[in-house]
Design a binder for this molecule. Structure first.
Ligand code: GLY
Ligand code: MN
Ligand code: MN
Length: 450
């Protein structure tokens, strides 16, 4: 299907969804102004922090800049207020490609305060509903407090954002295809003996991306750094390149396609790495594939997470890291020390997309089981959802230390653990689209671009 067609269908879906949302939240027939957000500077400085537009704005159109607005009105062409300041310090040019721009009534304004006059003519008899960060502007435009980011409306939109349109799935697939070129380059750089900085640069160059364009700061952890879950550094080595310094690499890096994200993790080892670690890596790859195979409509994501811990317990026993039964390891919460994060999360305009813990569009939440507080998704899986599956197994000194007492100490082979600690850990992360009852792996099989 063409890009034009995909986007037109997406926009129609969004128009219908907003109409239903307004109806459900007792705002029927009201117009809604959605803002992209405000540019912020560093404290006591005039330097702007890299900007990221709000997901509910980006869902309307791919303009990732501050002070942009979309006006939704029932049965009318949506209006895009493109605020383009008279600014000679920055490039303010804005591309308006026909595939999306033709579907909007576009009004170019030199500053956001001109919105007031526009709205007076466009929605003369209506109360304004405002969604977005710029609540001062909302007040200046006359929106009443109950009409600014009403919690009921935001919850409804968050809940349904979990169901992606074909346009959105295509974008996430494109973001996967792009990130995979980076992952391949990163793997080669790792085998070449490059340091974390060099591996990171190889990734960026292959993706032709700047750091701030990525969905999140890439995690590039060589050896023990893989055990720091959101490791943020990219260490530069001063010593001459010695490929043997790179024993293992965990790289968690994505890309964005028209603001939609991918989120992919690969773990690589050099030949000759500790044989138990190599076995754990293939065990985790198999475990991840098996979990993906069990995905079905109606399945609880919490159950998938629990099944992951059961398989992890078996892998720990098989590899000789743990003794006893898998039931015992689960009861003693031993697996949680090796896998302290959740199995995954929704993916879309945010890498951790919204609505993962909403049980209903009315805003009721479902919290994860108390033993798995980091699990971001407690929803029942349904067609149209896109989410990650990212089991991990890490040797995190601070968490392992808590197992060094009582019954739990006797369940683990500490000599082996000491040997594996310098290798950090393993995570395998793919992006899954549940479609027509089948889990489609967008990372392994990105859809052909429209
Ligand atoms: N890249 C962060 C995550 O995997 O959730
Ligand atoms: Mn990730
Ligand atoms: Mn993730």
């Amino acid at each position: 299907m063409s890009a034009e067609r995909l986007f037109a269908d997406h926009l129609n879906h969004l128009l219908t969804e907003y109409a239903s949302a307004l109806q459900a939240c007792d705002f029927a027939d009201q117009p809604v102004l959605v803002g992209s957000g405000i540019s912020h500077s560093y404290y006591a400085d005039d330097l702007a922090i890299p900007f990221r537009a709000w997901g509910h704005f980006l869902r309307w159109l791919p303009v990732d800049r501050p002070d942009q607005f979309v006006l939704f009105r029932h049965g009318k062409k949506p209006v895009f207020f493109a605020v383009i300041p008279q600014d000679f310090w920055h490039d303010q040019s804005l591309e308006l490609p026909g595939w999306w721009a033709d579907l909007y009534d576009i009004r170019i304004l030199p500053d956001k305060h001109q919105l007031e006059a526009q709205l007076k003519t466009l929605i003369p008899d209506h109360q304004l509903l405002f969604l977005g960060e710029d609540v001062n502007l909302a007040a200046a435009l006359g929106a009443r407090p109950g009409h600014v980011n009403p919690a009921s409306l935001i919850a409804y939109l968050d809940y349904y954002r979990a169901y992606k349109t074909r346009y959105e799935v295509q974008r996430i697939a494109d973001a996967n295809a792009l990130a995979l070129t980076g992952h391949q380059a990163a793997h080669e750089a790792f085998l070449d003996g490059k340091d974390e900085f060099g591996i990171h640069m190889a990734y960026l160059t292959a993706c032709r991306a700047l750091d701030h364009e990525l969905p999140y700061p890439s995690i590039v952890g060589v050896n023990e750094h893989a055990a720091i879950l959101h490791y943020q550094l990219k260490k530069r080595r001063s010593a001459a390149v010695d490929p043997a310094l790179n024993k293992a690499l965990l790289i968690d890096a994505g890309c964005r396609s028209f603001a939609y994200c991918s989120d992919i993790t690969r773990t690589w080892v050099r030949p000759g790495v500790h044989e138990v670690f190599a076995a754990l890596l293939s065990g985790m790859q198999k475990l991840q594939r098996n979990i993906i195979r069990t995905i079905a409509v109606g399945q609880s994501y919490v159950q998938l997470h629990e099944a992951t811990h059961e398989s992890l317990a078996e892998l720990l026993i098989e590899s000789g890291i743990a003794v006893g039964s898998s039931r015992e390891l689960l009861e003693e919460e031993v697996t949680s020390a090796f896998l302290p994060h959740g199995l995954g999360h929704f993916l879309g305009l945010q890498v951790h997309d919204c609505g993962g813990r909403l049980a209903s569009p009315d805003g009721t939440t479902k919290q994860p089981p108390s033993r798995y507080p980091a699990l971001r998704t407690t929803r029942t899986l349904e067609n149209g959802m896109v989410f990650t599956i990212e089991p991990g197994l890490y040797f995190i000194p601070a968490l392992l230390d808590k197992l060094r007492t009582g019954r739990r100490q006797a369940l683990l082979n500490w000599t082996l653990i000491e040997e594996l600690l310098p290798l950090g850990g393993i995570r395998i992360e793919d992006n899954i689209w549940l479609n027509e009852g089948t889990a489609h792996n967008l990372t392994l099989k990105p859809l052909l671009s429209a």
